[in-house]
Write a protein that binds this ligand. Structure first.
Ligand code: G16
Length: 512
């Protein structure tokens, strides 16, 4: 077939370094940018196959998110905007690791195993972050797509969640929204403005102000682009906007969460709210410094608690019987889990690290709030839940209190990017909730007190020797590791600790 000849010819322009072995990680491939050109080309090929198989548009995002500037990576997006189906991750690894001369065989193997109809049309949406390597790497993806005869649309610089959103809009024929960046701002900001109309009477104009650390990445550009849509209902001071600092360096959500200190380059008065995005704007954490100069971090656990409390209250006011659950990972602070289960009385689930795991667990409920402690998360509403909310909001015989709650729920659905964690969408939702509840960041922080915790990243010679079980809470290898952890943990009350290999960086991560 002509396309296979094109693939052969084109792939020689994107050669694989001999003997290089790459592994599909927590969120796709991630490595030093110099090692990725062939992987990008091949993920372009894979995206075409996935598009043919699903008869839908597929997304490919070039980003290494929270990793340092010199790294890059690729995330594949499935038709409804979720992460690539896990059974396809092994095909991705197979294609990435095929030696140059074996690429066509590897490709034909996927086609055969998945019984792909090669005459089916294919479309791939491509986006990239602000890294200097992203332009040539996204071109490699586009080359892969065209080599296999696929159509592509290059969105250029977008946040990861924006590309996820575009894919879903496209595959729902616009039902989810318009597949343009402007359409995204319009949908989210209109919902935000509707929500904010219900702000509490004690909410002052000062509370409209928020400082944002853009991690010197794509999120900063996009917040700036969005500002006019906010109609001055949210006043943003943008720091680390990429004009001088280095991406993710001493700033951004991962730095703030791991170091438990404010990012450099941000100026916030004591008591005022600040938040940090990560390098591709799919994570967010909040913070403030008190009058004694003590730093307070409000991470993904605090965000999940705020959002689920708000939703639960609205469901009660609306008289809607919908089951709400919160999905966390091993990194969740024990205090948050205790508060959610015992005070809020919501179901809590624990999954392995990686939003792909949390997302699927959240889909099992009417409303699934999922957040990793690192600030990566969103809320999913089942189709039936959305319908019930919609019907109640439109029913002329609904009484005023129930109607108000139903309308708030409806706009909450609209402000949320349900495809994946989204720093911009999460920020708008959190700001709206604080305004509606007339709540300060200090009051939010006081919902429960975090148990003291520390996350560590340690470089080891081979992180793959560590294997875990029980949603990564226990190590099964190497022998003796778990016993050593247990004997340390037992010395302290309410203590917990675990170790796991990272799927995005060449480190081992531990929490205690
Ligand atoms: C990705 C994943 C997250 C995960 C994070 C760290 O985030 O999407 O779900 O928590 O990596 O993963 P690990 O601990 O395996 O390194 P991002 O924001 O870097 O794309």
């Amino acid at each position: 077939m002509a396309h296979f000849q094109d693939v052969s010819k084109q792939s020689s322009l994107h050669p694989k370094p001999a003997e290089l072995v790459s592994q599909y990680g927590t969120a796709g491939f991630r490595a030093n940018a110099k090692l990725l050109d062939h992987i990008m080309f091949r993920m372009g090929l894979l995206a075409v196959l996935r598009s043919k198989k699903t008869k839908a548009t597929i997304g490919v995002m070039v980003t290494a998110s929270h990793n340092p500037e010199e790294d890059n990576g690729v995330k594949l997006i499935d038709p409804m905007g979720e992460m690539l189906l896990q059974t396809w991750e092994s095909y991705a690894t197979q294609l990435a690791n095929a030696e140059q001369e074996d690429l066509l065989t590897a490709l034909k193997d996927v086609i055969e195993k998945e019984a792909i109809n090669m005459s089916q049309e294919a479309t791939v949406f491509v986006g990239k972050d602000t890294r200097s390597s992203s332009s040539s790497l996204s071109q490699a993806v586009l080359d892969g797509v065209s080599a296999l005869g696929g159509h592509s649309k290059d969105y250029g610089l977008v946040t990861t969640p924006q590309l996820h959103y575009m894919v879903r809009c496209q595959n729902t024929q616009g039902q989810y929204g318009e597949a343009t960046v402007e359409g995204y701002y319009r949908k989210l900001c209109q919902a935000f403005i509707q929500l904010i109309k219900n702000k509490a009477s004690n909410c002052t104009d000062d509370q409209k102000h928020l400082s944002v650390d853009g991690a010197n990445g794509i999120g900063a550009l996009k917040v700036h682009e969005m500002e006019s849509h906010l109609k001055k209902e949210l006043l943003i001071s943008l720091f680390n906007d990429g004009s001088k600092g280095k991406l993710n360096y001493q700033c951004g959500a991962d730095f703030v969460k791991v170091q438990q200190k404010p990012p450099t380059g941000i100026e916030i008065n004591p008591g005022e709210r600040g938040c940090s995005f990560d390098g591709d704007a799919d994570r967010i954490v909040y913070y403030y410094t008190d009058s004694d100069g003590r730093f307070h971090l409000l991470d993904g656990d605090k965000i999940a608690t705020l959002i689920s409390t708000f939703l639960k209250e609205l469901l009660t006011q609306a008289g809607l019987d919908l089951k709400i659950a919160v999905v966390q990972t091993a990194y969740a602070n024990g205090s948050s889990t205790h508060y959610l289960e015992n005070t809020m009385k919501v179901t809590v689930r624990c999954t392995k690290t990686g939003v792909k795991h949390l997302h699927h667990a959240a889909q099992e409920f009417d409303i699934g709030v999922y957040f990793e402690a690192n600030g990566h998360g969103t809320v999913l509403f089942s189709e039936a839940a959305e319908e019930k909310i919609q019907q109640l909001a439109e029913n002329p015989s609904t009484d005023d209190e129930r109607k108000r709650a139903a309308l708030l729920l409806r706009n909450t659905v609209y402000v949320i990017n349900q495809t994946v964690g989204d720093a911009i969408s999460d920020m708008l939702l959190i700001e709206a909730i604080l305004a509606i509840k007339g709540m300060t960041i200090q009051q939010w922080d006081a919902m429960y007190t975090d148990l003291p915790n520390r996350q560590l990243k340690v470089k080891v010679s081979d992180r793959r020797v560590i294997d875990t079980t029980d949603a990564e809470r226990r190590a099964v290898s190497p022998a003796g590791l778990q016993e050593a952890i247990d004997s340390l943990v037992k010395k302290y009350r309410q203590a917990r600790s675990f170790v796991r290999p990272s799927g995005t960086e060449d480190v081992v991560k531990s929490l205690r």
